[in-house]
Design a protein around this ligand. Structure first.
Ligand code: FAD
Length: 376
């Protein structure tokens, strides 16, 4: 007997969609390959929109220890500029957030299968989706929500990432003086071939999350230690922050293949693609979690209104495209050596630009992907 809805991937988007559907009385099974939540490569910045969506899902980030973030600071070469954020924001480790989301899904009545990986997802002749798991068993469902984040399932791959981005995350305990200086700010640092962010998370810890193009990493022998040293050489602000800091992980967590700017064009009947499987915004915006929550909410509403998945996916694409293109344009600017030289100076003179950019690269809560009920 096919399940009603199968959700593949229990990160932000998958959990959010499962909670929304279960609360409407739908039978939902969620399959997540990790047995317990673990650290993920993420800057762990939660925008105002993400906070609103999480609150609506019943996640109280303050009780999980989230740190309020009130300022954004941009540093390049020897200059830095700061501006207050034009919306409330916070930071919280993904481990804490993902754990809370899974618990909320269970509480909402979702059948959660942890530690099970979907290896293949195909349509059978009977027109149902069949997922084959790593233990060889299968699950069948009329409808599937694909929310595997950066991991592509065979047959459902996204395009290659031409820039060959590599991303790292490392936790540090900063010195008391640097912890006080960082305070309630999210700092964005620019260097040749990429950018990185450092911000406080719960437990008095700082998260350093950075991206770099493969060709620049090759110049430092593909080694994290060399890359960390090079970032500090190119961006003395980071060197100042990390002076005397203690690394808290034995080695950084890393990922490759990040198709920034990707927005899914289409999908098949009964397959709603959400989160990073729907769109991948440049990381400096700190908006990926918000988009994951937004696409999950819209897809759940579309499913409940019997809107076909291909129509939903096309509407989602047109709703997100302008924001994605603007974010890509801004990311290209950050990667330009002239921009790196003058940006902090310009932003000091005109800090409003930082607020405007932060505002424009957000997914608006009212971005309409309103489902149209389909007759019949
Ligand atoms: C360098 C970097 C920094 C970022 N910083 C920020 C930030 O500060 N703020 C922000 O808002 N966004 C940030 N993002 C983006 C954000 O992390 C993602 O957009 C968001 O996590 C997407 O949510 P998701 O649910 O699609 O994927 P995820 O949250 O990654 O969840 C996918 C889940 O699917 C599971 N899975 C994968 N394959 C399978 C399978 N075959 N079977 C079963 N389960 C599977 C995984 O284990 C995972 O739990 C950043 C991204 C990068 C790369």
């Amino acid at each position: 007997m096919p399940e009603e809805v199968l959700i593949v991937g229990g990160g932000v988007a998958g959990c959010a969609a499962s909670i929304a559907l279960a609360r409407k009385g739908r039978g939902v099974t969620l399959i997540e390959r990790e047995p317990t939540s673990r650290h993920k490569v993420c800057g762990e910045f939660l925008s105002g929109e993400a906070l609103e969506d999480l609150h609506a899902l019943g996640i109280d980030v303050a009780s999980l220890g989230a740190v309020p973030i009130d300022y954004v600071r941009l540093a390049a070469a020897r200059r830095a500029a700061e501006a207050p954020l034009p919306f409330p924001a916070a930071s919280l480790t993904r481990k804490a957030l993902d754990t809370a989301l899974i618990a909320e899904a269970v509480a909402a009545g979702v059948r959660v299968e942890l530690g099970r990986s979907v290896q293949a997802l195909n349509r059978t002749t009977a027109n149902v989706w069949q997922a084959t798991l790593d233990d060889g068993t299968t699950r069948e469902a009329q409808t599937v929500f694909l929310s595997t984040g950066k991991h592509d399932l065979r047959g459902h791959t996204r395009p290659k990432d031409p820039e060959q981005w590599v991303a790292f995350k490392m936790y540090f305990r900063l010195t008391p003086a640097q912890t006080a200086e960082l305070a309630d700010a999210s700092e964005l640092m620019l260097y040749p071939g990429g950018y990185g962010g450092i911000q406080p998370v719960e437990g008095g810890v700082a998260n350093l999350c950075c991206v770099v193009q493969q060709k620049h990493l090759a110049r430092v022998g593909h080694r994290w230690e060399n890359f960390l040293a090079k970032m500090q050489q190119d961006c003395p602000h980071l060197a100042m922050r990390l002076a005397g800091a203690e690394p808290l992980l034995a080695k950084p967590i890393a990922i490759t293949h990040i198709p920034y700017g990707y927005v899914r064009r289409t999908t098949e009947e009964g397959l709603y693609c959400i989160g990073d499987q729907a769109a991948v915004i440049p990381s400096f915006t700190g908006d990926g979690i918000s988009i994951a929550l937004h696409t999950a909410r819209c897809a759940a509403a579309a499913y409940l209104a019997a809107e076909p998945a291909p129509l939903f996916q096309a509407k989602l694409r047109s709703a997100l495209l302008a924001q994605m293109r603007l974010a890509e344009f801004a990311a290209d600017g950050l990667n330009n050596s002239l921009a790196r030289a003058v940006l902090p100076f310009c932003l000091r003179v005109w800090p409003g630009v930082m607020r405007v950019t932060a505002r424009l690269t957000r997914v608006a809560q009212n971005t309409a992907v309103a489902p149209q009920a389909v007759a019949g």
